[in-house]
Design a protein around this ligand. Sequence first.
Ligand code: CS2
Ligand code: MG
Length: 402
Amino acid sequence: MKITDAKVIVCCPGRNFVTLKITTEDGIYGLGDATLNGRELSVASYLTDHVVPLLIGRDARRIEDIWQYLYKGAYWRRGPVTMSAIAAVDTALWDIKAKSLNTPLYQLLGGASRDAVLVYGHASGGDIPQTVEAVEHYLKLGYKAIRAQSGIPGLKSTYGVGRGAMYYEPAEKDAPPENLWSTEQYMRFVPALFEELRKHFGPDIHLLHDVHHRLTPIEAAKLGKSLEPYHLFWLEDPTPAELQESFRLIRRHTTTPLAVGEVFNTIYDCQQLIQEQLIDYIRTTVVHAGGITHLRRIANLAEMYQVRTGSHGATDLSPVCMGAALHFDLSVHNFGIQEYMQHTDETNRVFPHSYFFKDGFMHPGEAPGIGVDIDEKLAAKYPYHRAYLPVNRKLDGTMHNW
Ligand code: CS2
Ligand code: MG
């Protein structure tokens, strides 16, 4: 089953997406997400200029060999651009293989390990009452797990706090916005937010919180400890994780479960975190961590150490990634939870899909392959628009973590 064509489609139905479409000699095609928020065109070029010429004529069924060929053959290993490009090829090849066998992808990954996939949604507000309202809204929609973020009194803008009820978008067009940060104000505020949420909603709902890598290990340890009475499902990215051993310090002080990994791109980024059992959930994704093939490797390592998966699923991961992620989630034994930030209607129209949400759970659907398509004509009506993630400064103007 020779690959006859591979092309990169860049579009911006509200936000930028990079999609790889691989076609085979018998007319079957597969899709892979290659979106790297704020650096989209570098992956598009990596694919078009360096990878696509190597794919033409290759047997699309040799998924593992093509993965190794692209990873080892490049000489330059790892990194978000390389691994997102490899992920796109890998996802498209799994899509092709499942379509050619006329089966939904999860059946090739060992079949369903559960009936449906638990997801969490994003509730946020400018202050505590607005965040309470947002959580209430998600509960009404049927969500069983909700991430709560709130604006901090005295700080003009806070990352991760949405401007619309459902379609929060982290990147902004043309130039990176600048947010202001105060660790002291944040650390005082967050326990009060969760105290209020537990008062309103009781002990049963799963509550999550994302720190966005903003604290030092000892600050993170203190925050985790102060949140213990509110028994969070997880505390995410408490500190930057380049130094995996920093999690030892956090772990020593708190039993609040920890989730890390949305910015990781290989198993080597989380090897120590997993093997020393320093985290509870690994958040690597299909698109940024080398595709289904590499994500399964990470999940298998994690399973040995009782670490569960909790893949990143923000709106900058396209519906192609979401579809692939749901097949992975449904099949992998040590699944924990999947993030689900809903895409806009215009994005959903460009990427028609079989996956669906019901009562707090999602399912990839039974369409052959990953069950996500692209309407190329419609995509062409939304040209690329340069956009960036915000940067974060302390009150005195110093650049802060992330
Ligand atoms: C966030 C994201 O979803 C999350 O957990 O951390 O908003 C993340 O910052 C963006 O996806 C970055 O592109
Ligand atoms: Mg996050």
